[in-house]
Design a protein around this ligand. Structure first.
Ligand code: 9G3
Length: 568
């Protein structure tokens, strides 16, 4: 491809509204242009990279036994009313009316559509399992689109759905697609972790997110420094074995703690370690109030509280609710002598506290000499209720926990019958009984993956594409366009490369050399061939973008030298 023929609008300056590297570089190197907030055009170079990512995704999904189809972006509201999601989603769900005033959803994901398709066509266990996927543009009206392609309102997703007669079959396909995802992200050169994730609103069990480690990631991952254990911070179980100190138990005593509210204030004022303080927080769990206790140096994990009660809504009680229910402010809450109807749950660590401190449920008073079991009872139970912390032992028993931020590029779910029951997607099992199909759903953010690669592969001069994803493999640059020998040799090399099936970009612009080289570094093509002064001698310069390695090459063996850099 000749640069005078294509459109690569590079920018010198960093666009002010681009906060992260990938957003800045994709704009500056002419890969994307914004049409509206969270809505982008993929310029020619980005389109080529997307094709490479999609080709890898297709190869791996086909190998896993899934079959590609393509569903409509416009989907009748009736399907979403059947699944009830028409009523549960808010402004993020893009809706429209057609010319006959009929309601439509502009698809953010396609569980409803695929389930309606399969229910109409599949009736017997003999036709299962079935795994179908598509690569399609999705629409989600994000409140705050940001970070370029990482959180857009229109983006490209590979979404797959599988249908099964039993859970063993789902487990089998889930594992195959899980492995396919690992292959995809490895082939994209990404440093990723498969993370145990909360099933969240999808209502399934067993779900994993594929997270690319990156400081700009929106999620926090807890992972082991030596094993493959990794979990979303909300889901990471805590497996610490706490010891109870054998110090003499003191008597319970109420003390005045004028104006001391937070754990830090109280522990400093009473000269007691935070780990001997009991942090009591009143939560509203669905319609009831629950007092949650954790050790003073830990944090309550509200997702674990939600999962313990299998609740829909869990949130901190407001200060007004707290005062109304507990007759004191948040800073004086404690588990001793509280109303019978308030449930009290506590993290396992609380059980081991000896002669601790807790609020007295009286303004500006705390108890000291607090000994759980003697001074208060836990009902219904002790549980794992705290957030995992850096330094905790890894739940798989290997290594210690470290934190990282991650960009979610993939997500796989065991959905169960959430959609097949709601939409009556039934099949006759081998005993002739009508059963709801068991489903899985699997997504890869294709455009987000491209941006994640740029986040991970760049340097001070621009993008540094992994060879398999680069829009072109070789960038041929004649230094001086007016010099016939340079130009003709460059043209000749360009033709040779094309005849050898090597994707090549040719900079035939009448620009100063400095501009050409700066643009070449920005665009990030793996191998650059500079045709300069030594063209007459048949010598050109080859530069490797990833490590700056530069060598003089005789045009005789240019092709095999280039191949050595672009073929694994
Ligand atoms: C919506 C809107 C936004 C959404 C969803 C529905 C996320 C929604 C979760 C999924 C689950 C899987 C198939 C591919 C893999 C992920 N945001 N999710 O369901 F209506 Cl507005 O999309 N879907």
């Amino acid at each position: 491809m000749k640069q005078s023929m294509t459109l690569i609008p590079t920018l010198r300056e960093i666009p002010s509204d681009a906060e992260i590297k990938s957003h800045q570089l994709l704009l500056r190197a002419g890969y994307i242009r914004q049409n509206a907030s969270g809505i982008y055009s993929y310029m020619p170079l980005a389109k080529k990279v997307l094709q490479k990512v999609e080709a890898i995704v297709r190869e791996e999904m086909d190998r896993a036994g899934a079959v590609e189809l393509l569903m409509p972006a416009l989907t009748p509201a009736e399907l979403w009313q059947e699944s009830k999601r028409w009523y549960s989603y808010g402004p993020e769900l893009m809706r429209m009316k057609d010319r006959h005033d009929r309601d439509f959803v502009i698809g953010p994901t396609h569980e409803e559509v695929i389930t309606s398709l399969v229910r109409d066509e599949v009736k017997s266990y003999k036709r299962l399992p079935l795994a179908l996927y598509q690569i399609q543009t999705k629409f989600r009206d994000e409140q705050r689109p940001r970070f370029g392609l990482l959180r857009g309102r229109e983006f490209i997703m590979k979404d797959a759905y599988s249908f099964h007669a039993n859970h063993e079959s789902l487990d089998e396909i889930y594992t195959k697609i899980f492995d396919a995802y690992s292959n995809v992200f490895r082939r994209c050169g990404l440093d990723f972790r498969a993370v145990i994730a909360d099933s969240g609103a999808m209502g399934g069990k067993d779900t994993h997110e594929f997270m690319v480690l990156s400081d700009v990631g929106e999620d926090t991952i807890a992972y082991s420094d030596t094993s493959s254990f990794a979990a979303n911070i909300e889901m990471a179980p805590v497996v610490v074995e706490y010891e109870k100190s054998n110090e003499q138990e003191f008597a319970l005593e109420k003390v005045k703690t004028e104006g001391q509210k937070t754990i830090d204030e109280v522990s400093t004022y009473l000269n007691v370690e935070p780990s001997k303080c009991i942090k009591s927080l009143l939560f509203k769990v669905d319609e009831s109030f629950v007092l949650v206790l954790v050790r003073g140096d830990h944090e309550v994990n509200d997702i674990k509280v939600k999962n313990l009660f299998d609740a829909t809504v869990v949130e901190l009680a407001t200060p007004e609710e707290t005062r109304e229910i507990m007759n004191c402010s948040v800073g004086s809450l404690g588990p001793i002598q509280i109303a019978e109807n308030i449930q009290v749950i506590a993290d396992h660590a609380v059980k081991m506290i000896v002669n601790g401190v807790c609020g007295a449920n009286e303004e500006d008073y705390h108890y000291i000499g607090v000994n759980p079991d003697r001074d208060f009872s836990i009902n219904p139970q002790y549980a794992d209720l705290r957030f995992i912390q850096v330094g905790d032992p890894s739940p798989d028993g290997e290594g210690t926990i470290v934190f990282a931020r991650g960009i979610e590029v993939g997500h796989v779910f065991k959905l169960g019958t959430r959609y097949s029951e709601a939409m009556n997607a039934m099949f006759l099992d081998e005993n002739g009984r009508n059963q709801p199909m068991i489903m899985g759903s699997y997504g890869i953010g294709v455009s987000r993956t491209m941006a994640a690669v740029v986040e991970q592969f760049n340097d001070e001069n621009g993008i540094v594409w992994p060879v398999d994803l680069a829009p072109y493999k070789v960038h041929v640059i004649p230094v001086n366009n007016k010099n016939d020998s340079q130009r003709s040799l460059a043209e000749n090399i360009y033709d040779q490369l094309q005849n050898n099936g090597i994707d090549v970009l040719f900079d035939d612009r009448a620009e100063r050399p400095g501009v050409k080289f700066a643009d070449s570094d920005l665009i990030g093509i793996p191998v650059r061939i500079t045709v300069g002064k030594r063209a007459e001698e048949g010598i050109v310069e080859l530069k490797v973008r990833s490590n700056g390695e530069t060598l003089e090459v005789n045009t005789e063996n240019l092709i095999e030298t280039i191949r050595s850099f672009i073929v694994k």
